[in-house]
Design a protein around this ligand. Structure first.
Ligand code: FES
Length: 181
C-alpha cells in the first residue's frame, strides 16, 4: 500500500515509488525537488538503513535540510518525520538552515578546543553578530562547528568554505573575514 500522506507514512506504511506514484505531503517543494529527493532515495534502494547517506547526499544537493525536505524523505522511506528530524539534529554536520556564501566552520575537536577554539568562535560570533548555525542577514557568512578535521597540528583550525586556516587567534579573526568582504 502506498502512503498518500505524511501521516500514513508515519504510521509505518512502506512507500515503494514507481513512475506514476505521487508523494503527497505537507510541503512547499517544487515537483523537481521532490523528484530529485526520490532519485536520491532510490539510488540507495529506499533503504531506511541508508538514511544517513541519503541525508548527506540530499544536503549536498540542496545545501541544507529544511523540514519540508525531511518530510519527503520520511514519506519515501516510510519512516516518521520525527525519526528524520532526530537524525538531522543529532549530527552537527547536518543543517536545517541555508548556509552563507562563505560558510565558516570552527573545529571543536580536542586539540583545537584546548588551544583556544572557543575564544576564536566567540570572536567570530561577535564580529558577525550571529550564533552557531546561523547566517548573516546579507547571506554572506554562516557559522558552524565541526569535530576534528584532521589538521590537529594546526590547531585551532577554522575553515572558510574549503580553505583551511591554522593557528587562528581571536585577533586574527577580523583579518580572515576581511578577505571575504
Ligand atoms: S582537533 Fe581540530 S583539527 Fe583535530
Amino acid at each position: 500500500m502506498i502512503p498518500k500522506t505524511l501521516t500514513e507514512a508515519k504510521e509505518g506504511v512502506k512507500y515503494t515509488p514507481s513512475e506514476k506514484d505521487k508523494v503527497e505531503v505537507k510541503h512547499k517543494l517544487s515537483d523537481d525537488k521532490i523528484q530529485k529527493i526520490r532519485e536520491i532515495c532510490e539510488s540507495y534502494n529506499n533503504d531506511q538503513g541508508e538514511i544517513i547517506n541519503i541525508l548527506h547526499e540530499t544536503q549536498s544537493t540542496f545545501g541544507y535540510l529544511p523540514a519540508e525536505v525531511q518530510e519527503v524523505i520520511a514519506c519515501v522511506l516510510g519512516v516518521s518525520a520525527a525519526h528524520v528530524y532526530g537524525i538531522v539534529t543529532f549530527y552537527s554536520f547536518f543543517t536545517m538552515k541555508p548556509k552563507g556564501e562563505h560558510p565558516i566552520s570552527v573545529c571543536m575537536g580536542t586539540a583545537c578546543y584546548v588551544r583556544g577554539a572557543e575564544k576564536v568562535l566567540d570572536e567570530l560570533k561577535k564580529e558577525l553578530k550571529i550564533g552557531v548555525g546561523e547566517t548573516t542577514p546579507d547571506k554572506k557568512f554562516s557559522i558552524s562547528c565541526l569535530r576534528c578535521v584532521g589538521a590537529c597540528g594546526l590547531a585551532p583550525v577554522v575553515m572558510v568554505g574549503e580553505k583551511v586556516y591554522g593557528r587562528v587567534s581571536p585577533d586574527g579573526v577580523k583579518k580572515i573575514l576581511d578577505e571575504y568582504k
